[in-house]
Design a protein around this ligand. Sequence first.
Ligand SMILES: NC(=O)c1ccc[n+]([C@@H]2O[C@H](COP(=O)([O-])OP(=O)(O)OC[C@H]3O[C@@H](n4cnc5c(N)ncnc54)[C@H](O)[C@@H]3O)[C@@H](O)[C@H]2O)c1
Ligand SMILES: O=C(O)C(=O)C[C@]1(C(=O)O)C=C[C@@H](O)C=C1
Length: 334
Amino acid sequence: MADPLFRRVAIIGIGLIGSSIARKVMKEGLAEEIAICDRGAAALAEARELGLGHVYEENPGDAVKGAGLVVSCVPVGAAGDVAVSIAPWLEPDALVTDTGSVKASVVRQMLPHLPDASRFVPAHPVAGTENSGPSAGFADLFENRWCILTPTRETDLRALDRVSEFWRRLGADVETMTPEHHDLVLAITSHLPHLIAYNIVGTADDLEEVTQSEVIKFSAGGFRDFTRLAASDPTMWRDVFLHNREAVLEALGRFSEDLAALQRAIRWSDGTTLFDTFTRTRAIRRGIIDAGQEIAEPDFGRRAATSKSADADGVDGDRGDAPERKQAGAHPSR
Ligand SMILES: NC(=O)c1ccc[n+]([C@@H]2O[C@H](COP(=O)([O-])OP(=O)(O)OC[C@H]3O[C@@H](n4cnc5c(N)ncnc54)[C@H](O)[C@@H]3O)[C@@H](O)[C@H]2O)c1
Ligand SMILES: O=C(O)C(=O)C[C@]1(C(=O)O)C=C[C@@H](O)C=C1
């Protein structure tokens, strides 16, 4: 076991991401003490039952006292509330980081309330599943995945180094960029795909000519992949879209134009346009595979669903209990 990096690590929000961090910190001995805080009594009780930490606090102030590192793992829309509730109780040398899927808004919400802006290092682990809650997490979630750090103009370099080291010890590889650039990149690589998934599953559900049982019965192929994404947490994703509005709308505009071009090609039986487009996109996936990235096929719910967001109709492709699973989007392992 490695030397602890911090005496106490405080985790605010013990869902999928917070509980995955807690498990890995515990497994690797990265802190002498893990303090867990969640505003949901049920989540806190579940975390205690699972033994994810050493102390469990409803009050964020009590959790951050004595902590060298505070990790906020709450939905993006709650980032400001967390900053307000921890600020008076932070140790003078405490580092603060987060895991939000949107970065510029989190910076805007948290920075004004923190007593020392130089010790705030926003972060986004690009790893997750459609499940949520304390039982959905697993220690190896961040293994060979990117964690993007988005330091602000005020972030101190030593603070950045220590938070980078923390994420590396969680198994991630670290990349650094501005919060604004992060939001543009993730709008197209993560946020838009989820929006499309929510939309296509909603459309299928609304089609009068096709019954819901037929959708479930015959969704053996591509549609199942969409149902997994569309089973993701509604609170988390509502907040992502509300807080990365401009970048998502920009990506959506481009997407809609390209979709209209495909629609036109189908209407006018323009096989060349369809063939050329599909050939170009096929090369992109092959490029990802040639670069050594792992792309897993979904398991389509062969494992039992364990978390609160696993859906009841049998189309859930649970990954929360699958730490051994190779994940799509993992970067080349060294
Ligand atoms: N789920 C993913 O795939 C994924 C991946 C990377 C990053 N993220 C980001 O990480 C964050 C956490 O996501 P998650 O999937 O773990 O969510 P989750 O729903 O599993 O857990 C969030 C927890 O935060 C708690 N919470 C909400 N507001 C709070 C507050 N003010 N104080 C204390 N606790 C509060 C909730 O009770 C809940 O237990 C989000 O910002 C999300 O955008 C998610
Ligand atoms: O694999 C999934 O289930 C995910 O949606 C993970 C995913 C992604 O889009 O890659 C979702 C949101 C997070 O901010 C980071 C990772």
